[in-house]
Design a protein around this ligand. Structure first.
Ligand SMILES: C[S@@+](CC[C@H](N)C(=O)[O-])C[C@H]1O[C@@H](n2cnc3c(N)ncnc32)[C@H](O)[C@@H]1O
Length: 203
């Protein structure tokens, strides 16, 4: 991961803005409670955490990423933002926020275009849900299956994404529904932009 991001992290936010669709929609729907705690799993450059912090200045913000290179940019962005955001290095399948931040569970936990890069994404998703407080929420935004865009566009896009080790998770809704049912929670799921993106929340 560090090899991939060592150089691209410098232009990451500028180049990803047009095609990581739905991130601001997910952030806008987070409804962080006053003084609530937030964790981003795979926070990359910290772009989303800064956006959450601007919307919810009293939120307690935390993020981690497996790439130390990405975290260098995240630290720089957080410093520039003037917000108090705690960052750490870790793997979404195992990350222990209590050991790292002294916080065991959060009001809001989210994945933004991260599950499509994690080989054992179902383990990461289940781990994310285990870090949500009772009454909290797990949100996901990621690439979809582009069902409304037609087969040629879909294979072009998916072929290009595979060069970056990104694989849209076709079973995301099924897996989130299974986790929601097992934990006695409710799933909201949508596929905006003709299925280009998938947005799910377990409440
Ligand atoms: C496409 S970027 C998205 C970054 C950010 N979430 C955003 O929306 O801008 C995917 C991020 O997931 C991180 N990542 C990949 N596998 C991970 C894992 N197993 N645990 C934590 N982070 C991971 C990568 O290092 C990268 O920063």
């Amino acid at each position: 991961m560090d090899r991939m991001y060592r150089l691209t992290r410098h232009i990451y936010d500028l180049t990803r803005k047009p095609y990581l669709l739905g991130r601001d929609r997910m952030i806008g729907a987070l409804e962080v409670p006053p003084g609530g705690s937030v964790l981003e799993m795979g926070c990359g450059t910290g772009r989303n955490l800064v956006a959450v912090g601007r919307r919810h200045p009293d939120a307690l913000l935390h993020g981690f990423d497996i790439s130390g290179e990405m975290l260098k940019t995240a630290h720089r962005n957080v410093e520039r933002s003037g917000l108090d955001i705690r960052l750490a290095e870790g793997d979404a399948c195992f990350f222990d926020p209590e050991a790292t931040f002294g916080v065991a569970s959060f009001d809001r936990v989210y994945f933004s275009y991260t599950l499509s890069m994690i080989p054992d994404w179902t383990a990461a998703l289940a781990h994310g849900l285990s870090l949500v407080k009772d009454g909290g929420r797990l949100s996901v935004v990621d690439f979809g299956f582009c069902e409304g865009l037609g087969a040629p566009i879909r294979s072009l896009l998916h072929g290009w994404l595979s060069l970056f080790h990104v694989a849209p998770r076709v079973a995301l809704e099924t897996e989130m529904a299974r986790l929601a049912q097992m934990s006695g929670r409710t799933l909201h799921f949508e596929r905006p932009a003709r299925g280009y993106a998938q947005l799910g929340s377990i409440l």
